[in-house]
Write a protein that binds this ligand. Structure first.
Ligand SMILES: *Cc1c(COP(=O)(O)O)cnc(C)c1O
Length: 341
């Protein structure tokens, strides 16, 4: 049975063509700066983002960590969303490794951080307080795309307040494809941007951090300390170069599939689908909490994998085709039918 795995866009497997690119990659020791393929990926990523430099890292978590540690000193703080990956889902790394404290605030329903609320959280210059140094935004945030004019506003705000601005752009290519702009239209507002190659772009491993030469130099030092200095990493970087060339435009298909999936599921009794928030490749569905574990289990028996805590999250990606959508909708209908009511 073919499994339709909607738990995350991280489950994508490298295609044959991507594997060929990896197989043929020219490599060297990247700790000596001698891996030509890593260097090419970093240059390409920086150029696409309109930044001076890029750094290839194993994970998005490490990329965000290096960014925070490079912007902030001990005793300083960063402001981020309460549900932001860099605050909630990264083990408190910036506090553990850097003595940098997070100041979380709630996201608005559309994934923005209200800049008035951010302003209220900036600490006064007084020895009682940590020094507020950095504002982190996330785009996409749970599949929602930040408006371009909001990001422009955030950049002006950050400059006025003397803050650095970082984007956790794990899925920034989904945002750019949705808004039909090159990613530089988004990334130009930020001092640093992290994006994942291993999600919708479909590589097995890797993220890239981009920013100024100076910032990337500091991040490079932190990467070594964090154990992220890899050797013949060009094998992995080759997948990234391939993905940037061949897997960006096709993200639009994932967005169409997510929309179709949301519409299909919204016709089923017993499911509450957040149709309005389906902007890119994520669909959030609420079902009866008590029977949810059973629903997930029954779907699995029918070849459909979904995840979530409380709310189900369905993510479309490279390994999900348009033909899978009606199969998933049918599986939900049948699975819900078998639940005790
Ligand atoms: C996935 C993700 C990351 C990084 O995840 P890794 O698994 O460490 O690569 C960072 N931010 C967001 C918003 C993410 O979705």
């Amino acid at each position: 049975m073919k499994m339709i795995d909607l738990r995350s866009d991280t489950v994508t497997k490298p295609t044959e063509a991507m594997r060929q690119a990896m197989l043929n990659a020219e490599v060297g020791d990247d700790v000596y700066g001698e891996d030509p393929t890593v260097n090419r990926l970093q240059e390409q990523a920086a150029e696409m983002a309109g930044k001076e430099a890029g750094l290839f890292v194993p994970t998005g978590t490490q990329s965000n960590l290096l960014a925070i540690l490079s912007h902030c000193q001990r005793g300083e703080e960063f402001i981020a969303g309460q549900q932001a990956h860099c605050y909630r889902y990264e083990g408190g790394g910036a506090a553990v490794f850097g003595g940098v404290q997070p100041q979380p605030i709630d996201f608005e329903v559309d994934g923005r951080l209200d800049l008035h609320k951010v302003a209220e959280m900036i600490k006064p210059d007084d020895s009682h307080f940590a020094i507020t140094r950095l504002l982190c935004l996330e785009n996409t945030q749970s599949g929602k795309v930040l408006p371009l004019d909001y990001q422009a506003e955030a950049a002006v705000f950050a400059r006025e307040k003397g803050l650095k601005l970082h984007l956790d752009g794990a899925r920034v290519f989904n945002a750019a494809v949705k808004q039909k702009v090159p990613i530089s239209e988004i990334t130009r507002h930020y001092d640093s941007v992290s994006f994942c190659l291993s999600k919708g772009l479909g590589t097995p491993v890797g993220s890239v951090l981009v920013g100024s030469y100076e910032l990337i130099e500091r991040a490079h030092r932190w990467r070594k300390m964090a154990g992220g200095g890899m050797r013949q990493a060009g094998i992995l970087a080759a997948a990234g170069i391939y993905a940037l060339k061949h897997h960006v435009v096709r993200l639009a298909e994932d967005h169409q599939n997510a929309k179709a999936l949301a519409e299909g599921l919204s016709t089923i009794d017993g499911l509450d689908v957040e149709l309005d928030t389906v902007e890119t490749n994520m669909v959030f569905v609420t079902s009866d909490l008590e029977t949810q574990p059973q629903l997930i289990e029954t779907l699995k028996e029918r070849g459909v994998l979904v995840g979530g805590y409380g709310q189900l999250r369905l993510v479309t990606h490279h390994d999900i085709d348009a033909e899978d959508v009606p199969v998933v909708v049918e599986a939900f209908k049948i699975a819900l039918g078998t639940l005790p009511s």
